[in-house]
Design a protein around this ligand. Sequence first.
Ligand SMILES: *Cc1c(COP(=O)(O)O)cnc(C)c1O
Length: 393
Amino acid sequence: MDITTCQNWDEELAALERQGLKRCLRDVTGAQGRKIILDGKEVLNFCSNNYLGLADDPRLRRAAVECIEQEGIGSGASRLVCGNMTALRELEETIARFKGAESCLTFSTGYMANVGIISSVFGRDDIIFSDRLNHASIIDGIILSQARFKRYPHNDMEALEKMLRAATGFRRRGIITDSVFSMDGDIASLDKIVELARQYDCLVMIDEAHALGVMGKNGKGLAEHLGVEDKIDIQMGTLSKAAGSFGAYCCGSKALIDFLINKARSFIYTTAMPPAVAAAAQRAVEIIRDEPTLRQKLWMNTEYFKKGVDQMGFNTLKSQTPIIPIVVGESSVAVEFSRRLLEEGIFVSAIRPPTVPAGTARLRLTVMATHTREDLEYTLEKLRVIGKDLNFV
Ligand SMILES: *Cc1c(COP(=O)(O)O)cnc(C)c1O
C-alpha cells in the first residue's frame, strides 16, 4: 500500500487546523486548584470539573498516601483474577450506603463504566433511546451494544414519547441520559423520563458525572434533587469530577451488579483500579456526604457568577448548574475569546465540534467552591471587556 495515503496524518491535521478544530495539549505543573500553572504561568482555572476543589484536598492526599504505605501501588490483575483489594470493596460499600442503593460496582473510568454497562445490559434484540447531547462514552457504549439506537432531540419529552410508542417488538428497552449535560449545563427531565419509562416498560439509566457532589440536598445527584432515586434502574456516576479523584461507579440492584461483574467487559478485562485511588475517592465521598458547606459555597459562587454573565447578555443556553456555557458560534471566535482570556490570566477552554453541534462553539466556564469573590469579579470584568471587543455585549 502507498505509504503516503496510508499515513497522511499531516494532511488530516492541517484540515483540522484550517477549520479551527485542531486540539493540542498544554502543560500543567503542580496541583489542580482554583489556580494552576499552565505552560509555566499561573492562571485562574475556570475549566475544571473539580467543582468542590477536592482534587488537591489534604485529606484526599493523606488517604492515598496512607493506602500506598499499606497496600502499595498496583493491583496486580483484574479484580476477578487477584485484584479485588480491600480499598475497592470499602469504596463500593461507602458509595452504596451514601446513595441508598442495594449494591455498587466501581469501574476504572466513567468512559469504561458507560461502555461496559451499556454493552452488557443491551444487545441486538434491544432498543435504546438516548438524548442527542449525551456524553460520547454513552454513544460508544450504545454502538458497541449493537442495539437499535434512537436519538431524541435534547430533552424533548414529546419526541421521546412518540419514539417509545412506535417501538414495538424489542426484548429490552432503555432510556439513557446524562443527568447534568456536560457542555450545556442544563439538566435532564428525569421526573418525566421515569414516568414515560413506567408507561412504556423501559429501563432507565442515568449518568451523574456532573451531578454527584453538586446536585441534591445531600449531594447524591440529580435523581435525589428531583426525588426519583428509587425509580432509576441504573445510576452511573464518576469519581473524577466533584469527587476530585478518579474512577466511576454503578449503583443498582444486587442482581444488576452481579450481572455486570459477569458480563461487563470493561470491568472483566482490565486491571483493577489502584487501591490508593480508591482510598482517596472514598474520602471524597465521605466529605461530600458530611460537609454540605462545600456544596453551598459552590452554589453561592455559581449564582453570583451566572447572574453576572447573564446580565452582560451572553447566551448561556439553559444552564442551571456550575457549568456555564457562553455560546459564540464559530470555532475560530471561541478560540480567539479563549486566547484573549488567557492573556489576562484566565484559563477557559474553547469547546468546538464534534464535542458540540456545528455552529455552537462556545466557552465553557465551570465555577468552583474554592473560587474567591475576587476571582469571580475579575473574570466577569474580563469577559465584559473582551466580549465587547468581539461584539458580543
Ligand atoms: C466525564 C464524563 C464521563 C467520563 O468519565 P471519566 O471518569 O472522565 O472517564 C462520562 N460521562 C459524562 C457525562 C462525563 O461528563
